[in-house]
Ligand binder design. Structure first.
Ligand SMILES: Cc1cc2nc3c(=O)[nH]c(=O)nc-3n(C[C@H](O)[C@H](O)[C@H](O)COP(=O)(O)O)c2cc1C
Length: 389
């Protein structure tokens, strides 16, 4: 492998990660466009790595490092986060570079030892800063963005923040910077990532941003997908700030529904017709939870429709509500619930219970037997007009 000019992200800092062109399911997250695991190499008299890649890509990372500098020259590796997708290659790197000193925080240290027991004999240094010959690195703890061990690394000489999971997106592509693709598309991927990965991190993000805005930087090098520079840094930081304060929501309605014979689907379409706001209908038979979460991310209004099934709600609906609830994507939303049954309703009550527990504000409900008659349809249309005002 030869080093490619675009891999020198800023002078003296190289991308040595891996692109996962084929991954379509990343711990349950549907990654339609693949992903990447970004690791970096700071060239200095004491060359230093930042993070690693998933275990199966360790050889790729090693080859990329070799294309820049001999393995024997590397002095340190900074581990910003212990999760497997960023630490999987660490045992291989330590085996090939026994001189490596692993720089991290105590929580990450414990995570790494739990995941990779052979690292007990590796050299660790727990510190808040590292002085290299021509670079200095400062480590800022950002607990729970995304695990308790998460931190970012700041290099003032190069005005670079290595943000690890923060500001990432799941995309496999040959480009390295957000400004090399259509920014609106990158922002959709970034929002999808925030909704599905950082949904329950709003308070920690507020704390993390307080630290980040104090730093003087021109480049944000992420651990997944594209990195950020120029005015796009402002765009992504602003989105994180809005999200952390729950201000990302718009006058928008997302309707999730499950239907067997079509009556719930007909009602969902009628509600869509009645809605004065942009409205998205998501049929759980054909929509994955990743897209469901993306739509909830900025929807001020949600509607859930489901029939009663074997004395409860359809399991797809139950698992969707649980998923959105875990990511805090129902909290503070105005919610409408509708359902049908044949002989004994259970779905509507169960949906309302789960939604209320998740912090959703149930503003209305409608229940009918087998098929909504015109009067029931009219009532629902009326509800939607009034309740989502
Ligand atoms: C396998 C199966 C299980 C059902 N279980 C119940 C039930 O426990 N209680 C009930 O009242 N209706 C039950 N129903 C009836 C559905 O709730 C009813 O047909 C509903 O109106 C279907 O909505 P749809 O037209 O949108 O598919 C069941 C139907 C099927 C096919």
């Amino acid at each position: 492998m030869t080093v490619c000019s675009k891999d020198e992200m800023v002078p003296g800092i190289f991308w040595v990660g891996a692109i996962d062109w084929s991954v379509r399911n990343f711990h349950g997250y549907t990654t339609d466009e693949g992903s990447s695991y970004n690791a970096y190499l700071i060239m200095d008299e004491e060359p230093t790595l930042i993070d690693t890649v998933k275990a199966e890509f360790a050889d790729q990372m090693v080859e990329r490092i070799r294309s820049v500098t001999p393995l024997s020259s590397i002095k340190y590796i900074v581990m910003n986060h212990g999760e497997n997708d960023h630490s999987g290659a660490l045992p291989t790197l330590v085996r090939l570079m026994p001189q490596l000193v692993i720089i991290t925080n105590e929580i990450c240290h414990q995570t790494l030892l739990a995941l990779y027991p052979p690292l007990k004999s590796a050299k660790f240094q727990i510190t808040h800063e590292l002085k290299l010959k021509t670079h200095s690195l400062t480590f800022v703890q950002i607990p729970m963005v995304h695990w308790p061990d998460s931190m970012i690394t700041f290099c003032p000489e190069k005005r670079v923040v290595f943000s690890n999971d923060g500001f990432g997106q799941h995309i496999a592509c040959s480009e390295r910077w957000s400004d090399q693709l259509v920014i609106d598309h990158v922002m959709v991927l970034a929002k999808e990532y925030m909704a599905n990965i950082l949904g329950l991190c709003q308070v920690p993000i507020v704390q993390a941003l307080k630290h980040v805005v104090k730093l003087s930087f021109d480049y944000v090098l992420t651990a997944h997908g594209l990195s950020w520079r120029n005015e796009h840094i402002g765009t992504i930081v602003k989105e994180y700030a809005l999200f952390s304060e729950n201000k990302q929501m718009k006058k928008k309605l997302t309707i999730y529904f499950c239907s067997l014979y079509g009556s719930i689907k007909a009602v969902a379409e009628q509600i869509c017709q009645a809605s004065k706001y942009p409205t998205q209908l998501l049929d759980l038979k054909v929509t994955n939870i990743t897209k469901c979460a993306l739509n909830a991310y900025d929807s001020e209004f949600l509607a859930f429709g489901c029939y009663t099934y074997n004395g409860g709600m359809n399991p797809d609906m139950e698992s969707l509500i649980q998923y959105l609830a875990g990511l805090h994507l129902i909290r503070n939303r105005k919610v409408y619930v509708f359902g049908s049954f044949c002989y004994a309703d259970k779905a509507v009550k169960q949906m309302i219970d789960l939604i209320t527990k998740a912090g959703g504000i149930v503003v209305g409900k409608q229940l009918y037997k087998l098929k909504a008659d015109p009067e029931c349809m009219y009532d629902m249309e009326d509800d939607i007009r009034k309740l989502f005002d």
